[in-house]
Design a protein around this ligand. Structure first.
Ligand SMILES: *Cc1c(COP(=O)(O)O)cnc(C)c1O
Length: 459
């Protein structure tokens, strides 16, 4: 039996959610042209589209909001964020920004020039986008275990360091400007990266004179996995592990909408390179606003400084990752296929296995998301060929390596009973899987089509 780890909090404010009928959901989905992003959240019962900015802030964070100092320059909240970054990550410099992609936009021009290569365990899509925008080349070198959805490996998010070094030698170290370690590895399904792998990556980077940065959205979940799974770390605190991990990098970018449990916010951290930090400050002012607020209100800075710590609580992380593992456990009992082991923030359903009769060009991941909405009002999203889009050169539909439907769990929002409903709904969907239809696109924009495309079922 899957075990649920009880919430390390109690509830003192609630948001009502609407129950809809199956007939209503069929109509709503049709009106949304079968695109999850076009559904109104009022028509959703359990929203597992993303864990980004969807968490519930604590009473301490809300109290912090009331204490926010809205001064244009030198606001108290900035000092609190700066002190938290120094304490948790061991970095000398911190620059708040409005979200993770803004951190990329501000930091990357100082590190990457046109034609240079950025190596990552896996670039997150906005990270890849900012590398592309600078005319640089993003290259993913994740370990091969990441592609194996069936067998256990403790750190499927790791960089394949042997292949990385061979690649650096092949293209010439002078052409590689940056190594980006994404922790946890979101694109690989929220899979963690080990300290040992980080250390090895740093060693190789030093050998060839390459900078290392961390894409730090899930710094605390990653540290919790290290505490649980890596030899020698069981008795270390999340902050001790985080400091060691970040000690191997030169800088980080962070979407604070994940582990820092705020609804909007981001950060750049620079370990000790004052010149780099000055460049960051120079670009922050035109892009994000003055350096002591960086695109955020004073109250947001307060909530962020508090959330950075709350995210590192072991009791919270045990429950948080426990929720994802619980849902995985239920699905295993019901023989619903998903990527194993589950990541820190989401369960990735294996739509290729669940809907074997739907070919990639009819979007099994999207078909499963539609069916799950009709079945129980649950919103998920496609991470497969529908998201992948068409080849920019040939205009042909590309085939994704995996066809996933992602169930991302917001932090401190849903209860055990909600997860039970998700598992039951999926059991029902898989029982009638052969009746699920594929989809075709009837309208799409030229880029990032999954947000706005219109689809229809293939009769
Ligand atoms: C969410 C995320 C980002 C982008 O952050 P936003 O706050 O959405 O702009 C970058 N990298 C990773 C790994 C993320 O999960």
């Amino acid at each position: 039996m899957a075990k649920y780890i009880a919430e390390p909090f109690k509830i003192k404010m609630v948001e009502l959610i609407k129950m809809t009928t199956r007939e209503e959901r069929i109509e709503k989905l049709k009106a949304a042209n079968y695109n999850m992003f076009a559904l109104k959240s009022d028509d959703i019962y359990i929203d597992l589209m993303t864990d980004s900015g969807t968490g519930a802030m604590s009473d301490a964070q809300w109290a912090g909001m009331m204490m926010g100092d809205e001064s244009y320059a030198g606001a108290r909240g900035f000092s609190k964020v700066h002190n938290a970054v120094e304490d948790i990550f061991g970095y000398k410099f911190a620059q708040p920004v409005h979200q993770g992609r803004a951190a990329e936009k501000v930091l990357f021009p100082s590190l990457l020039k046109k034609g240079q290569i950025s190596i990552s365990n896996m670039h997150f899509d906005t990270t890849r986008g900012h590398v592309d925008l600078l005319g640089a080349i993003p290259v993913d070198i994740v370990v091969p275990e990441a592609r194996d959805t069936k067998s256990y490996a403790p750190f499927k998010g790791n960089m394949d360091t042997k292949r990385m070094e061979a690649y650096i030698k092949k293209v010439g170290a002078e052409n590689v400007a940056l190594i980006i370690m994404t922790i946890t590895n979101n694109t690989a399904g929220g899979q963690p990266v080990s300290i040992e792998n980080m250390r090895e990556t740093r060693k190789i980077a030093d050998k060839y004179g390459i900078k290392v940065i961390i894409d730090a959205a899930r710094y605390a979940e990653n540290a919790f996995f290290i505490k649980q799974r890596e030899k020698g770390y069981a008795n270390k605190s999340i902050i001790e592990i985080t400091r060691e991990m970040f000690g191997y990098a030169d800088a980080f970018t962070m979407s604070a909408k994940k582990d820092a449990i705020v609804n909007m916010g981001g950060l750049i951290g620079v370990k000790d390179d004052e010149e780099l930090f000055q460049q960051v400050q120079c670009l922050t002012i035109p892009y994000e606003g003055f350096i002591t607020y960086g695109g955020l209100a004073g109250r947001d800075l307060e909530a962020l400084a508090i959330g950075l710590y709350e995210g590192t609580s072991v009791d919270f992380l045990r429950y948080r990752i426990g929720q994802v593992e619980y849902l995985g456990g239920l699905l295993k009992e019901k023989e619903v296929s998903f990527q194993y082991p589950v990541g820190g923030h989401a369960v990735f359903l294996d739509a290729k296995v669940i809907l074997p009769h739907i070919p990639y060009h009819q979007f099994p991941g999207q078909a499963l998301a539609c069916e799950l909405y009709i079945e129980a009002g649950i919103r998920s999203c496609d991470i497969g060929s529908f998201m992948m889009g068409v080849d920019p050169k040939t205009g042909e539909q590309m085939e994704a390596e995996m066809e996933f439907t992602r169930l991302a769990i917001p932090r401190r929002v849903y209860t055990q009973a909600h997860l039970d409903i998700v598992a039951e709904a999926l059991e029902n969907v898989t029982c009638n899987a052969d009746k699920v239809k594929g989809y075709e696109i009837i309208w799409q924009p030229p880029v990032l089509r999954h947000f706005t495309s219109k689809l229809k079922p293939i009769e």
